[in-house]
Design a protein around this ligand. Structure first.
Ligand SMILES: C/C=C/C(=O)SCCNC(=O)CCNC(=O)[C@H](O)C(C)(C)COP(=O)(O)OP(=O)(O)OC[C@H]1O[C@@H](n2cnc3c(N)ncnc32)[C@H](O)[C@@H]1OP(=O)(O)O
Length: 239
């Protein structure tokens, strides 16, 4: 849980470093799924404007690199990462949600990239990932207008995959995490790698990536256990 509620969980250097540390430690935990949510009325209301106000161009560039590196770590995390969006997901907050694999929104969640209203561009990979998830036209409209959209609009444009009533988003994210956890950890991990690496590739390159990972599954115990379970009409017991 992102917990800096007095500043609506705004991402300052301290919080970004803490998150980098947490994800580095969790990488070796052999998790099946990971849920991120915010404390209070915001998921994350963006990068810390107070802290950015006095930055030099070089300091701002270094700050952007800090956020970009953390969000790349999340996107490449060994298990699926689910953003349980409990409120405002703005600027860097939307960009963190975009680095997650699955986004689920509470009915009070609001989304936007308000940066151009502050005289800056998105800086934590939002110009890349927003277009990746909702298409270039929608991404341009959201970024150029700095419009804040509600959860229904976010669902309509494919920014989030599920909507929940107020206060139920972590419960719903937990349900999804449990469904993922019932499946082979290796097969889910390889599927995540294949999707991320083959996206934006041509079909032949994408097929090569998928073919190699598909073959690797057959070197894993889970493939034998999964298929034996089906053939013997029982539930699989993945390691
Ligand atoms: C590379 C990435 C770049 C970026 O992410 S740029 C930043 C993008 N984000 C934004 O522009 C959103 C800024 N925040 C807001 O627009 C508003 O907040 C909200 C609409 C989210 C909520 O408004 P309301 O309900 O009226 O609350 P409140 O009084 O504005 O905020 C409560 C306290 O939280 C602090 N806060 C909110 N967002 C940020 C932020 N992004 N950076 C630093 N502080 C923030 C405020 O200042 C205030 O604090 P105090 O009570 O001491 O006045």
């Amino acid at each position: 849980m992102i917990s800096r509620p007095k500043a609506l969980n705004a991402l300052n250097h301290k919080l970004l470093y803490e998150l980098q540390q947490i994800f580095s430690e969790l990488e070796n935990e052999k998790l099946r799924a990971l849920i991120i949510t915010g404390e209070g009325k915001a998921f994350i209301a963006g990068a810390d404007v107070q802290e950015m106000r006095g930055m030099t161009p070089q300091q701002a560039r270094d700050f952007a690199l800090t956020g970009q590196s953390l969000f790349k770590k999340i996107e490449q995390f060994p298990c699926p990462v689910i953003a349980a969006i409990n409120g405002y997901a703005l600027g860097g907050g939307m960009e963190l949600a975009l680095s997650c694999d699955i986004r689920i929104a509470d009915e009070n969640a609001k989304f936007g990239q308000p940066e151009v209203g502050l005289g800056i561009t998105p800086g934590f990979s939002g110009t890349h990932r927003l277009a990746k998830h909702v298409g270039i036209s929608q991404a341009k409209e959201l970024i150029f207008t700095a419009e804040i959209i509600n959860c229904e609009k976010a669902y309509e444009i494919g920014l989030v995959s599920r909507l929940t009533s107020e206060g139920m988003v972590v419960e719903e994210a937990t349900k999804v995490a449990k469904k993922i956890s019932n499946n082979s950890k290796t097969a889910v991990a390889y599927s995540k790698i294949s999707i991320e690496k083959s996206h934006m590739q041509n079909l032949d390159t994408a097929n090569l990536i998928e073919r190699d990972l598909f073959g690797l599954c057959f070197a894993e115990e889970d493939q034998k256990e999964g298929m034996d379970a089906f053939l013997n009409k029982r539930k699989p017991n993945f390691k």
